[in-house]
Unconditional design. Structure first.
Length: 167
């Protein structure tokens, strides 16, 4: 099941939230910055790395002080790889693989890759839905994806993409 909501990722009662990041797991969007602030020092401590990750990677950590117990960090850009459709797709596929392995079936996600210098809202929504639908064992029926928007103005566009993908 896919739901489209205008809400704050930090306060949703889900198994995990997706968090777009760079190769050092630093936030790449204002929403990720707010998520980090709400997650507190425990979330910050859990995302320390020995070395940079490649764009397209995904890492699971605890959620710190967030409502969700886990965060799936999606590496959508690096110093040499800007945010583009391919890096977002690879990161989402990696993220869904981690969610499946950790049995995190109720996930909330922003429009990964959308925003200044990134993908249009419609493209980000399409990638999110497409990779989510193919990223899990089809026999597991309890999966839910909350697509979390910051602006009500984006709801109609994202709901239209969801509707097209249901057809």
């Amino acid at each position: 099941m896919i739901r489209v909501v205008v809400d704050d990722l930090a306060f949703l009662a889900v198994d995990a939230v997706l968090r777009p990041a760079d190769e050092h797991l630093e936030p790449v969007t204002p929403a990720a910055v707010r998520l980090d602030a709400q997650g507190g020092s425990r979330l910050q401590d859990q995302r320390r790395l020995q070395s940079p990750l490649e764009a397209g990677a995904a890492v699971v950590t605890g959620g710190g002080d967030l409502t969700a117990p886990f965060v799936i960090h999606l590496v959508v850009q690096s110093r040499i790889q800007p945010i583009d459709r391919q890096s977002v797709r690879r990161a989402l596929v990696s993220g869904w693989q981690r969610a499946e392995a950790w049995q995190l079936y109720k996930v909330a996600a922003p429009l990964v890759g959308a925003g200044p210098g990134g993908l249009p809202v419609e493209d980000a929504a399409s990638l999110l839905i497409e990779t989510w639908r193919t990223g899990f064992d089809p026999g597991h029926g309890g999966r839910t994806l909350d697509i979390v928007l910051e602006r009500e103005a984006d709801r109609a566009t994202v709901e239209a993409v969801v509707g097209r993908n249901d057809a």
